[in-house]
Ligand binder design. Sequence first.
Ligand SMILES: [Zn+2]
Length: 1007
Amino acid sequence: MLSAAVLTAHLLLQTQALAPRTPGDTSGYWQQDVRYTVRAALDEPSGVMMAAGRIVYRNNSPDTLRAFYVHLYLNAFRPASRWAENERREGVKRFGELPDPYHAFERLGRVLAGGVPVRPTYPYAPDSTIAGFPLPSPLAPGDSLTVDLEWESRLSVIPRRQGRQGRRFDFVQWYPKVVVYDRFGWETHPLYMAGEFYGEFATYDVSLDLPGDQVAAATGVPVEGDPGWAAARATPETPVTSQADWYGSRPGAGALAAWGPAREGRKRVRFYAEQVHDFALSLNPEYVYEEGRFGATVLRTLYLPQDRATWGGGIVIQRMAHLMGWMDTIFGAYPWPQFTALHRVEGGGTEFPMVVMNGGPSEGLIFHEGGHEYLYGILGNNEWKDGWLDEGFTSFQSGWHSQVARREGPGARGQGPGTRGQGPGTRGQVAILGMDLDGWSQPLSLPAELYSDFSVYNQMVYSKGALFFEMLRYVVGEDAFRRGLREYYARWKLRHVDEHALRGAMEAASGQDLSTFFAEWLHGTPLVDYGVRGVQRERTVDGWRTRIEIERLGDGVMPVDIAVPVGDSVLVVRASGRTPREVVEVVTATRTGRIELDPARQTMDWNYLNNLEGPRPPFRRTTAVGRKENRFGWSATEPARRDRLVVNWMPVAWFNAVGGVTLGFQTRSNYLARFELNTTQFTWPTGLASGAAVGKTARLRPDWFVSVRNPVRLRIPRTEIAMATWWLEGRVGGRVAVEREDRPQFDSPIRMRAGTSLAVMAVTDVRYLDRRRWDDWNTAELTGWAARSVTEQGPSASVGRLELTIGRSFDSRVGAKYARGSLTLKRTVRAGEFDVRLRAVAAGTLGGTSVPAQRRIFFGGADPYATFENPFLRSRGAFFARDAVHYQAAGGLGLRGYSPVASATWGVALNAEAAWRVAERPARRAFSSVSLAAFVDAALLDRVALGRSAAVDAGVGIRASHRIGPTRFVTRVDLPVVVTRPTAAVAGAVGDGVFKFRWVWSLEEAF
Ligand SMILES: [Zn+2]
């Protein structure tokens, strides 16, 4: 966890250090001049690059430098690095245990600073991704330094941004890379799992000695030697344009000649680049080469022979040109000679200046990574400090491109039923809102490794980062936003950028003060909620005056668009959103229609249920207002909408021996799949087919069951609140429950729950009771529970749950206290085609005869309170509750071969099941998975229950899983052919033997 003190310290540091600079203005900005000249030879069998190089460094800062630092990034991908330590903490096994021939390294040999030998030190040892050395003499402002280095570097066989596989080598961050010195000082920062790189804009002059058949792709242009493209052309007609003359005569000729001739079977090639902050190189003798053009820029792609159908034939080149056109439109001209997309060893994609290394050819990936050429490459942010400024920005621009393409493309404006209630970035909004509401979100400005875990970092930097830009566009308007982007690029291209650079450009373009917006969205985790408080309309001499009062209910401040329908059109006015209450007056010729806030759903307003003008007080306070979507159907899962309550209506029907045929309807609702999870159910017993013995049961007054879960007005992070009340089949009651869910970190497989409930259940009509299971007694209970579950890889899981209840039973005459408790442990392990499940349970009651039957421990399965919400089990004669039906409800002590009406005061049971999956057809609806099982259940019980203290059953069964729409369910048939107390067995009779053919079935897993 991040402490508030750390965060505050970080903020203070930024504020103080920034004080001298005018926000956004480039005056006073400086960056260092760096020039790398490198000679490197690859020894393919060992995978080691042996290199020597010179760094010429000019100090443009106002400070005198006394030390010098380089990154040795490849040392992250080996044991003992900070990266490996991160992985160990998050339970990832990758570089921490990788042995010597396989891990990466980067080792310095001789180092001379200004011609004087120096010894490197490693300030973050045992991590060695940063090396530093004191300078023999201080480097004054304006002075230059020459550093000569020798080093060896190797890539790891498990790829991560870099990597090697056979003769394929993705050499990135493979050389001692000068640490950025900016206005914060030396940015010495080890490489962690979260966060990427930061580099000085520099000139790279890199001469390589390689096996003769290798095909090389790299940052820059080949100015001498042969990278191998001509021989790797996709077709003989494929043009090969080196762009060797892009930099004119500046690279000079003869560097390779000065190095001398290559050995037999090897070749030499020299790449040259200016104004880039990294140099990436990829080698593969099998590369196939294609190229294209966007204006003055040559586009190259290098792919594998088997990629011809997916990368070749101009497919990837066309996508790259498309991307370059889009970026040119939003920012301006690309300044470099070429752009390469190549198929690397690892999946996914990573950006480097002029080069993206991708695992696939998709347009989405090309737009994301290619967008980084501008948003990281040309506008060079510090990626571990401001990851939102490259990852969030490029995620935003590629989403924006899709929005524009949808708006302008053929078949534009996808307003099908599936897109109702969706605004720009809605999917991302919902995911991030979940984290905001549960307190998992952390500020975008946090240094990458300080996020609580890797997935929070990813969610914040990519998704919330993209939403930041969505909202910025909303706040300043699309025209000013586009002008601001061009201004940002014009001012800052080929420079280091941060939030102040962006803010300055956006303020200049929009004329708005954006300090509050940047502060709250980059340095905080605000929750936005605006509501319509009231609307008054009055007739004036020449039309109507509408007075709209909005209220700010969250800590986030955003301007609020207000949609005002007038006749056939909709007027949009904007409130500042700054004050807790705000009034906007609109004067119109005709009467205005229903007012709505943020009609395009462009903000992170978490609660849209108060955004629509609703009914008058007092009802407005008590009912969820806003848009409602009524649906009709039997599906168990309704869609979740961003801007409306979804209500599903469904007729219901069932039967029991008392009410007879029972008919009614049920509604279920949800907002955002997490709020207003409410149910209402009204049913009428018709008395039809209830039988003469029970008398008249048909009536006009319906039975009801009403429950409310997680109302928006009672929002508590990571906490569920539920309230229910019922008058249902001879029982009346109510329940209030609160449950808190927590986990050690956001993406942890561990879940901890603790909760408490208060419940009352009273009998009003004994005819509905199966008196073997339910006494004519009422109960009031206070229950507390705690549970912990761990989901491991695959479906393996373990669950532990402790529950304790104190209750009071009473009827019209007496009352007595009792207690009830249980501890349940479950373990599921999947091994190949086998599932092994174990369950241990200990449960008992205290209170003797004051414990009514319905609160005893049932050893055949679940107890009556646990199954009360199931109409097929609730009452006497309900379909699954009939003796002849042999239905086994999972729960209790789980002795599935025993009668469901048998109970004990205490019991300790062990259930074990081994299932063999004989068929798996995931595409099918019915019988998508079928398995055969063998099981045994054993228990120790109080002697009174069975006359013996031990009970065992065993047998075989078959299970199948199915789905109806999105709902999955199982059918289970078990044959408990062995039951040690046969008279208490399911459908047992006097004279039965231990071995007998018996059967039970269920719609649930056994446990
Ligand atoms: Zn990215």
